[in-house]
Design a binder for this molecule. Structure first.
Ligand SMILES: Cc1cc2nc3c(=O)[nH]c(=O)nc-3n(C[C@H](O)[C@H](O)[C@H](O)COP(=O)(O)OP(=O)(O)OC[C@H]3O[C@@H](n4cnc5c(N)ncnc54)[C@H](O)[C@@H]3O)c2cc1C
Length: 495
């Protein structure tokens, strides 16, 4: 029985990775230490010369460019709550209502997503009947969903995993999948619908089937309930961004962490090793030199292929499981065009492109239609997405080739004629964890393996959600678990 874990001794905690997850974890640890008047030292290791991971903002003279994500969903509270605690409420902005909605490419033409259609569920009949996105037979098949029974399962719906493609084809038919739902979901997960686990990504649709039998029935019921409820509603829309770009959150978190902790830039962690007495030795590299420091606890927030390398020596099973999570790559070409050089009115937040259209891009975000400050007057910022899980081979092209491919697609689809005033290709290699069938089972196994090592936590976008609020939630939960465990006398932990 070890009584050496006194709650008042200074604890040293290493956070590995300085993306939004690592920064949020370090920040939460420092918040908890303040609130409970505990003495801790937090050291965050980041392999790059700056923090942010896949999040970043390029500031031009009179506009800005978000290099990765540019907004987050507000109905998952972790991000909004963190912003409130950081005093960033007045930096948050809602999307511009004037251009709300998305377009889907059909036979080379951008067509609006029917009003009331949300990712998978049509809540209004009229717009669905009128949309040219589906054939009459496709619409009829979609409407039949209202009458279909629940899926009968031998193991129980809750336990079963099902691919997005299987679920959507079963409920709404093939055409709804290929023409509507595949492109909308790919815009979020850049994934292959045949492999994407619905339970791990969009479980609410499985729950709708379980609880209401029909998704159409469920969504109509939800809409009626929302209408009759007091509509004082959310302060922000469904999505929020930052006036000064997503970097606002990263910069503020990094400042707060640096005030009370340490951020070590350009110091990749190469190895973590448990120490017999307690804690971990963390080895990092800096300018070609290797350094090892002792910490009482570690939170690893990097992509799982990096985490697998760090843990391979002492936890081969954990490392093996971590390396089973696949990642997809994507590239974004950011362009600034004169509005007068584009034929299409760009009256939406963006365009998604079904794989069935066989184009070489899969989405275009009209960034300056979503948020102010993304283009000077008379210009528009377009962010065009290439690659993803469906077309990884396109990313083998050189920057010049890829830029030329995208410009030609933009000319064809949106009628872009002029040269861009600004153009930058951003490559996000191995950036998007793929939640394949069986993902939640794999995550549970990872968690069980990680639980064998006390005061070692894993957090990040690879496990239970890829969005920014999911990452923050995962980080804060890891920090809270660790904090609680560290302050529990060892005698209680090991009876
Ligand atoms: C192109 C793109 C667009 C997106 N758009 C949105 C969006 O609009 N809204 C939304 O909610 N989400 C979006 N996402 C998802 C979201 O941005 C990410 O899931 C999230 O930023 C991941 O953060 P993270 O900290 O978990 O991981 P990462 O950002 O991968 O951070 C991990 C950090 O660890 C560092 N690191 C790696 N190895 C080591 C090592 N050995 N030692 C030390 N440090 C190391 C890396 O340099 C990195 O800084 C998008 C993602 C991408 C790629």
């Amino acid at each position: 029985m070890n009584h050496s874990t006194s709650s008042k001794a200074t604890k040293r905690i290493a956070v590995v990775g300085g993306g939004v997850t690592g920064l949020s974890a370090a920040h939460r640890l420092l918040e908890l230490a303040d609130a409970q008047q505990q003495s801790i030292e937090v050291t965050l290791f980041e392999s790059q010369p700056e923090t942010g991971g896949w999040i970043g903002t390029i500031e031009q003279q009179d506009y800005l460019i978000d290099t990765g994500g540019d907004m987050f969903i507000t109905n998952k509270p972790a991000a909004i709550e963190l912003c409130n605690r950081l005093g960033l409420e007045d930096q948050l902005i809602s999307t511009n209502q004037q251009y709300r909605g998305a377009l889907i490419l059909k036979d080379g033409q951008p067509v609006p997503v029917p009003l009331g259609f949300e990712l998978m569920t049509p809540s209004r009949i009229g717009p669905m009947l009128k949309t040219p996105l589906l054939s009459p037979a496709g619409k009829l098949r979609m409407g039949l969903e209202y009458f279909l029974p629940r899926r009968h399962s031998t193991t129980g719906l809750d336990q079963d995993d099902e691919s997005l493609a299987h679920f959507v084809t079963r409920r709404f038919g093939e055409e709804a999948l290929t023409r509507l739902i595949q492109p909308l979901v790919a815009g979020i997960y850049t994934s292959d619908p045949e492999k994407l686990s619905l339970r791990a990504t969009l479980p609410r649709f499985l729950d709708m089937e379980r609880d209401h039998r029909s998704l159409i029935k469920a969504i109509r019921k939800q809409k009626r309930a929302a209408k009759s409820a007091d509509a004082t509603g959310a302060r922000y829309g469904l999505f929020a961004g930052f006036r000064g770009g997503m970097q606002t959150l990263i910069r503020t978190l990094a400042e707060r962490v640096s005030e009370r902790g340490t951020i070590l830039f350009s110091q990749p962690v190469t190895k973590i090793k448990p120490v017999a007495e307690s804690g971990y030795e963390v080895t990092s590299e800096s300018d070609g030199d290797s350094q090892t420091q002792h910490f009482d606890a570690v939170i690893v927030t990097t992509a799982t292929h990096h985490a697998a390398g760090m843990t391979a020596d002492f936890a081969p099973e954990l490392s093996n499981l971590l390396s089973q999570i696949e990642y997809a790559s994507t590239a974004i070409l950011v362009n600034l065009f004169k509005l007068s050089d584009i034929k299409h009115p760009l009256n939406a937040f963006g365009l998604v492109i079904p794989a069935a259209e066989k184009r070489k891009i899969f989405a275009i975000a009209f960034a300056s239609r979503k948020f102010p400050g993304r283009a000077p007057e008379g210009y528009v910022q377009l962010r065009t997405f290439v690659g993803g899980a469906m077309q990884p081979e396109l990313l083998d092209h050189s920057d010049e080739e890829l830029t030329a491919i995208v410009q030609s697609e933009l000319a064809d689809i949106l009628g872009v004629t002029g040269e861009p005033q600004f153009s930058k290709l951003l490559r996000h290699n191995q950036s998007m964890p793929q939640y394949h069938l069986g993902h939640l089972q794999l995550v549970e196994e990872i968690e069980q393996q990680a639980a064998r090592y006390s005061q070692l936590e894993l957090a990040g976008n690879a496990y239970r959600g890829v969005g920014i609020p999911d990452c923050i939630h995962s980080a804060e939960q890891a920090a809270e678990r660790l904090f609680a465990a560290m302050l529990t006398p060892a005698s209680v932990q090991s009876p």
